[in-house]
Structures are given as C-alpha cells and as structure tokens.
Ligand binder design. Structure first.
Ligand code: AR6
Length: 185
C-alpha cells in the first residue's frame, strides 16, 4: 500500500493499492444485490479470500437475505483467507444521472459499513471506491459524498478508530483528495 495522506486528525487514511492486501478489522466489498460475486473488487476479494466467503453469502441468501441486499445496505461475513476479521459487503447505487437517490444511497453504504464495524468494535476498516467502477458513479462526485459521510460519522462515533480509503490507482486517490475538499491534518 502506498500512503497518500492522513486526514481528520489521522483517523482517515488515503492509500493506493490492492484492498485484498489490507490487514485489519474489515475489508469492505463493493458487491451487488445477489451477493454471489462479480467482477472488479468483488471478484478480487472472493478470489483472494477463498470459498468460505461465498459459502457464507449463499447461506445469507438462503436465510435472512432471500431477496438479496438492497443498495445502501451492508452485511458482514467471514474474510476467509484475507488478513481481516470480516468482509463487509455493501451494494452501491448504479449511477443513473444523480437524480435517483444515488448520493444518499452511496453515503448509506459507508454509514452502514461503519456501523457494523462499530458494532464489532473493530479497530480499522478499509473501503474501496464503491460504485465508481462498473456502477459508473463519477469519481469526483463520489468523493464529495464519501468525505461528507465520513466526516459526519467520525464527529459522532469513535469506532472504528481508523478508516482507510484504498484506491486502485494513484490517479483515483488524487481525484478523491482534490474533489472531496479534505484537508491534511
Ligand atoms: N483493490 C482496490 N480497489 C479496486 C480493486 C482492488 N483489488 N479492484 C478494483 N478496484 P467495482 P462498483 C476499484 O467495479 O462500481 C462487480 O461486478 C475500481 O478501480 O469493483 O461498486 C460487483 O459484483 C473502482 O474504482 O465496483 C457489482 O456487480 C472501485 O474499486 C459491481 O461490480 C469499484 O469498482 C459493483 O460495481
């Protein structure tokens, strides 16, 4: 992982790298409603974490999540072979121009994932840039929504202690820093 910067008094860390290499409390997966895998970061997490993650997702689909997970929601499973205690799966909104509740749904993904990490008293959580790949959310617009949601959360909740944003490319990390309005601490 390459460090880009630390923000919000050191609580928010922006890095570049492959999120499957993260060690800590939880890795967030940009999943789809079906929870049974996909491309992008979803595929990378299932490949690196092994079949135990998919097995737990299937069990969820057979039980409490028969209709799948809605956009904006989050659910935790084992992290299999990954160096995290949990994978938190969340479903980002598909970008449809911004007038279909996309910002609120994207913010909800981050809030719900953080709330699970809080519930498990995890020290750290790592997020990919949810919805900004296959789901087409413009990266600069996502940056503003995400930073606002994280700042608000961090102001009222002390767990998880460390929130990592892991971008797949340095260019994406720079877009986040420039567009979000985040200031170095
Ligand atoms: N580590 C960190 N970031 C990554 C990695 C990685 N290993 N791989 C990709 N990214 P996407 P979405 C970045 O498409 O837009 C799947 O099929 C990538 O550069 O993974 O929420 C799911 O099953 C991008 O910035 O997620 C869903 O069907 C970001 O992760 C759908 O895609 C998110 O890109 C979800 O689409």
């Amino acid at each position: 992982m390459k460090l880009i910067g630390e923000y919000l008094g050191g609580r928010l860390v922006v890095e570049v790298g492959d999120i499957t290499q993260f060690s800590g409390g939880a890795i967030v997966n940009a999943a789809n409603s079906g929870l049974l895998g996909g491309s992008g970061v979803d595929g990378a997490i299932h490949t690196a974490g092994g079949p135990a993650i998919l097995a737990e997702c299937r069990a969820l689909r057979a039980g409490s999540l028969k209709d799948g997970l809605l956009a904006g929601q989050a659910v935790a499973t084992t992290a299999g072979r990954l160096g995290a205690d949990y994978v938190i799966h969340t479903v980002g909104p598909v970008w449809a121009g911004g007038g279909r509740g996309e910002p609120e749904l994207l913010a909800s993904c981050y809030r719900e994932s953080l709330a699970l990490a809080d519930k498990f008293r995890l020290d750290s959580i790592a997020f990919p840039a949810i919805s900004t790949g296959v789901y087409g959310y413009p990266k600069a617009l996502a940056a503003k929504v995400v930073f606002k949601a994280l700042s608000r959360y961090a102001a009222v909740d002390d767990w998880p202690r460390h929130i990592y944003l892991v971008f797949f490319s340095e260019q994406d990390a720079r877009i986040f820093v420039a567009a979000s309005g985040v200031l170095p601490t």
